[in-house]
Design a protein around this ligand. Sequence first.
Ligand code: BG6
Length: 488
Amino acid sequence: MSFDLVLFGGTGDLAWRKLMPALFQAFRHGSLPEGGRIIGVARDDLSDDQYRELIESRFAAVEGAKRPSPEEFKKFASMLYFLRMDLSKPGDYATLADTLASRNADTVVMYLATAPALFTQVVEQIAAADLNTPRTRIVLEKPLGHDLASNRAINDAVRKVLSEKQVFRIDHYLGKPSVQNLFALRFGNALFEPIWRREHIANIQITIAEDLGVEKRGAFYDQTGALRDMVQNHALQLVCAIAMEPPINAHADALRDEKLKVLRSLKPWTPETLGLHAIRGQYTAGTAYGERVHGYKDEPGIDPQSRTETFVALRAEIANWRWAGVPFYIRTGKRLASRDARIEVNFRPTPHAIFRAPAGAVNKLVINLQPKDGLELHLLSQAQDNRKRISGDAAQPLASVQLDLDFDKRFGSERVGAYERLLLDVIDGRLNLFVRSDEQEEAWRWVEPLIDSWGSDGGPRPYAAGTWGPSASSAMIARDGFAWSEEQ
Ligand code: BG6
């Protein structure tokens, strides 16, 4: 099978940070179909060779084992091409059409790694140049729009030109090995499903913490903020993966139907919950890994008066039989104390205690997304203190122990990264791990009251870089009698 992958935004941040490294890994693993072309598209004036040099120079920043050797890069580079395009000019799409016709590949993937404001225009121009053939697939990066109306406008424009099965709305969190494992854990094993419900689960905590600041993406981020950048998409998709009902099969629409039901069941915001259950913050100067770092407002590209949030903590509820009353706490932010993404399922305590246990110790399943990738099952066990056993102390306290499954250790280099996996899925036409337009719209609908209410309030709360966000986030969860895991 031959393919052409057209990368709009071919010299942009996403292309070199995520997409090229992922494409290279796919090439190294022998998973990219032979004879494919990767055509970078941008306004820059570059020849194919100059583009290859640019990508090679960027690979110098890739960590150790993932960096190509010069020989490997040479082979990979033979797939790379460059096309200069001004995305507003119809004539440039005609040139693209000629380039694609010269190969007539079985599959043509158009990857829109550009600013979302350009999506509608690009999609319309693709149609005007007759590039929307049955062989065409389109990949849309997040955030798709900046609110429900703009999201709908993009989806409507896409729908006029391509059928839903040709549209791959990417959310790279769905491609993370640990998220696929969550589906496997829940729907490939009978063990957890009977207790995966309100009768046994006290609360669920989803943390996506980043230690970095906004880096070089200040201008983009200041228009976006943590809610649109991380919650509307990544965090809500994790909520879906945890809360969805078992799908009838593993086909894309069966999965997406169940995820949609979760999004539809999210309790709508009220004036009261908007005040109590939605905390946002913005980092000020602080310390990260022993070094002084700037506050958000002093980062390049940021408006010194900015009210953009770099941290969000929410308390959500899912109004259905399985989850009624179970709080789902979501938090994400930049410049937090560490890079740590995980989901914690906290089970209820025993109904009657005959042992002494450390305060707050309960059974807990932790799904580690990164930097570690694996599962931890926290159990309470008899503390192994022989002196007490000899003295026959019946009230010996229990201790928390963990069954620790480290997928990195178990599967090591065979692990396929999120973007690698998803790019191969697009080339092969597998939609399971991509987001349908109705899911996306429902997620926007749920976050929109937050956007509206934040437009006119006192602004985000400050938190020092290198901490876990504003203290109001801990207070929010403490009101329910729980604590974030690092405070337990
Ligand atoms: C992206 C966001 O979608 O996800 C970035 O735009 C964020 O702001 C990134 O840094 C986090 O991805 P990961 O895979 O590093 O957790």
